[in-house]
Write a protein that binds this ligand. Structure first.
Ligand code: DGJ
Length: 336
């Protein structure tokens, strides 16, 4: 082989092999070069592949419908668009401004079904506007990135439910985190087939949404945001030895004045590698008037001994095999 093509080939192989940067707050192009549409999302891992599901708010979407998209990745940095996995027309007779938000997908190994939960909302019959229905919606599919079919919607054990979070414990048990506006937030265990709620594990009387949980070094860590609509606020965390509580006092995950660097929590993703375990704070930087352009803030957390600290957003790299993360800022830039 001539020397020049060989250099290009090596450069291409190298670019693929080299870990990619994750750039919080910037446009995040998929394999088609389009900004990823997976807002308020969640990630699950099947084999060595990660799947990211979230609200698809593409500018050219049919405004009458709501969409969920799915992307896949081997390194959590380069994402391939798989499918617009859910296209929902107005179910439950909702009025114009109805909402499908924060979809999360669970894989049920017993039934071999993929079960998607999402926040379904809108005005109540005869009323106008607002998030009043306060239900979860359920859709299922036989494959991870196929076309999910809407099954039903309900209030979990009769309680109002708005922002939804997903938590799968180390033993594989699946939980739903649900914001119950009059009372706080709840942690529900899903039924054996995941199509229902089995029981209420805990009601935490703290008004937080965007709920996310990780089980790290024998302790459960919860992160949530305060109720300020699309506007950012200081996200808070608490810890507990058991999901049933008692939960510790809630504290800020970042300096209060930063308002979580403009972001709102959606999931805590644990990456366990051969050398270490990292926890990624997944959050949304919302642009309510241009939702398709809403950004993602993914950052590795400083976590342990009952504490959490979210470092200032900066480009970083992750090695999913070792679990290690690396910031790319130089000491000089850091001091600025
Ligand atoms: C905050 C929630 O976290 C979002 O998912 C969305 O429901 C907005 N409120 C709507 O104001």
């Amino acid at each position: 082989m001539k020397i020049l093509p060989l250099i290009f080939l090596l450069a291409a192989v190298n670019a693929f092999a080299e870990p990619q940067k994750i750039r919080p707050g910037e446009l995040w192009p998929d394999n088609r070069g389009l900004h990823i549409q997976a807002h308020g999302g969640g990630v699950i891992k099947l084999g060595n592949t990660y799947y990211w599901f979230g609200e698809d708010r593409s500018h050219d979407n049919n405004p009458e419908k709501r969409f969920v998209s799915c992307y896949s990745s081997l390194d959590l940095a380069r994402w391939q668009f798989r499918n617009q996995v859910l296209t929902l027309t107005n179910v439950e007779n909702l009025q114009r401004d109805w909402a499908l938000e924060r979809p999360k997908v669970f894989y049920n190994a017993k039934t071999k079904k993929f079960v998607m939960y999402f926040h379904l909302d809108g005005a109540l019959p005869g009323e106008q506007g607002g998030y009043k229905l306060a239900r979860v919606g359920v859709a299922t599919c036989d494959t991870v990135d196929g076309n999910y079919q809407f099954q039903k919607s309900f209030r979990p054990l009769g309680h109002e439910s708005r922002d939804l979070g997903q938590f799968i414990d180390d033993d594989g048990t699946a939980y739903l985190i649900s914001e119950d506006r009059p009372n706080g937030f709840r942690i529900f265990k899903l039924s054996e087939d995941y199509l229902d709620i089995e029981r209420d594990i805990c009601l935490v009387p703290q008004h937080l949404e965007g709920g996310a949980i990780v089980h790290y070094n024998g302790l459960y860590y919860f992160i949530g945001s305060q109720l300020t609509g699309w506007d950012p606020n200081p996200n808070k965390f608490a810890t507990a030895k058991s999901l049933a509580g008692p939960w510790s006092e809630f504290k800020d995950i970042a300096p209060e004045s930063t308002n979580t660097f403009g972001a709102q929590s959606t999931m805590l993703l644990k990456v366990s590698g051969a050398k270490t375990t990292s926890v990624i704070f997944m959050a949304d930087i919302w642009k309510p008037r241009a939702q398709w352009d809403s950004r993602y803030l993914w950052m590795p957390l400083e976590i342990g001994d009952g504490k959490i600290h979210l470092p200032p957003p900066q480009p970083w790299m992750l090695d999913v095999d070792t679990g290690e993360t690396k910031f790319l800022k130089t000491q000089k830039n850091e001091a600025k």
